[in-house]
Design a protein. Structure first.
Length: 169
């Protein structure tokens, strides 16, 4: 005696009808990121990697455009050289940015926006350019590598790399 079973599975999460026919597109996204911020070291042509944590809160108006509040805390005290003559001590700086988000293709997200590095000794205005790629998981979860560049006004510049986990709701 034998029994044959045939089944076909289809995910409605990524199905176009799910996104347009009466089912809401999740507009909000929250994410946490663990990463490293690459800063210029005291010796020329050398860099140091500072561990960092990030929390992102985003609002997407549609599948292509959004706005995000991105917050990063660098988990270390460090000293950077400014203008080849002055040294700045940084104690656990907090970076806050308000970024415009654009998704031109699949999970690729481009981000740009103004922000501020807040720190006990001296705070700086900055401008961020970033790039991430979201790999979709089930139930509106995603995992993503992220890469961005922060240009501080009249101060040092940093590169950051990280890995994050996000949830749309």
């Amino acid at each position: 005696m034998s029994l044959s079973l045939y089944a076909q599975a289809q995910s409605i999460v990524h199905h176009p009808a799910y996104l347009t026919e009466g089912h809401p597109i999740p507009h909000f996204r929250a994410a946490i990121i663990i990463g490293h911020t690459i800063i210029p070291a005291l010796e020329s042509n050398d860099y140091a990697a500072i561990p960092s944590w990030g929390i992102d809160l985003e609002y997407w108006t549609n599948e292509k455009f959004g706005i995000g509040l991105h917050n990063d805390l660098e988990i270390a005290n460090f000293i950077v050289e400014q203008d080849h003559k002055e040294f700045l001590e940084r104690e656990y700086p907090l970076v806050l940015t308000l970024d415009a988000l654009y998704k031109p293709w699949r999970g690729l997200v481009l981000q740009a926006g103004p922000g501020m590095e807040i720190e006990a000794n001296e705070s700086f205005l900055l401008f961020r350019l970033g790039l991430e790629y979201e790999f979709q998981l089930n139930h509106h979860w995603d995992i993503f590598p992220t890469f961005f560049y922060d240009a501080r006004e009249d101060a040092y510049h940093t590169w950051s790399v990280g890995l994050g986990v996000g949830k749309r709701f």
